[in-house]
Design a protein around this ligand. Structure first.
Ligand code: C5P
Length: 229
């Protein structure tokens, strides 16, 4: 592992049913957790209000809407997300090089215009539900990084392979994290926090193990502790 690399961070998936639930979780988990993932379901239900809630708490947003559309539309979505001041966002690498480059250019131009940092653009390699194989994941990750993305989403198993294959600085975001002794839920390729870090992940996305815990703060602290071992 690169000794100069910043320590891996936990991102909690705000997969909740109400704004009230989101507010409670933010109150409990911040500042132990400073980045929260907002996915398609909660964004459709609560929109920018939820992003606002996270920002007002002092935390940052990982907007996981997995953009996949014509280049012009994705570029527009990236500009809109930049204006919402999200820290990072996802788009499908399988949307193609033209789409990816349009997103990278749009994010850069918008940031320059406002003299701010562009959101980190994170490519989705394969969905766990569609069983992309390692070769496909590697090829997609190489395409994404060569088009200027800042990082990719992949499992811990693939993270280790990508770190060996791609000789460049890029971020790895890994969902499907399960602390030692917790169930897998519907995740196929789980890893413990420490396994994911050792494989080269920079950000660990965790949902149910924390959301469904009787004591989410205690579980979070245990996870953070396990990452330092
Ligand atoms: O509850 P759990 O820890 O499994 O949540 C993982 C989060 O990461 C969910 O919000 C899920 O949508 C997301 N995710 C995933 N697998 C991917 C991409 C995103 O589980 N390949």
């Amino acid at each position: 592992m690169n000794k100069l690399k910043p320590p891996a961070q936990v991102i909690v998936a705000l997969d909740v049913d109400s704004l009230e639930e989101a507010r409670k979780l933010l109150d409990i988990l911040y500042p132990q957790v400073t980045i929260f993932k907002i996915g398609a379901q909660v964004f459709t239900a609560f929109g920018a209000q939820l992003i606002d809630l996270v920002h007002k708490k002092g935390a940052q947003v990982f907007l996981d809407l997995k953009y996949f559309d014509i280049p012009n539309t994705v570029a527009g979505a990236v500009v809109a997300a930049s204006r919402l001041k999200v820290k990072m966002l996802t788009l499908h690498i399988s949307g193609g090089k033209e789409m990816l480059r349009a997103a990278v250019v749009a994010a850069g131009l918008e940031a320059k215009k406002n003299n701010t940092l562009a959101p980190l653009l994170i490519g989705v390699t394969g969905l766990t539900s569609s069983c992309a194989n390692a070769q496909e994941v590697i090829a997609l990750a190489e395409t994404g990084i060569s088009c200027g993305l800042d990082g990719v989403v992949c499992s811990a198993r693939e993270a280790a392979i990508l770190r060996k294959k791609i000789n460049k600085d890029f971020l790895i975001i890994t969902p499907g994290i399960r602390p030692e002794h917790s169930g897998a839920d519907d995740q196929q390729r789980t890893a413990t926090p420490l396994e994911a870090i050792k494989a080269g992940s920079d950000f660990l996305v965790i949902g149910r193990p924390i959301l469904k815990s009787n004591d989410p703060l205690k579980t979070t602290n245990e996870i953070l502790e396990s990452m330092r071992l």
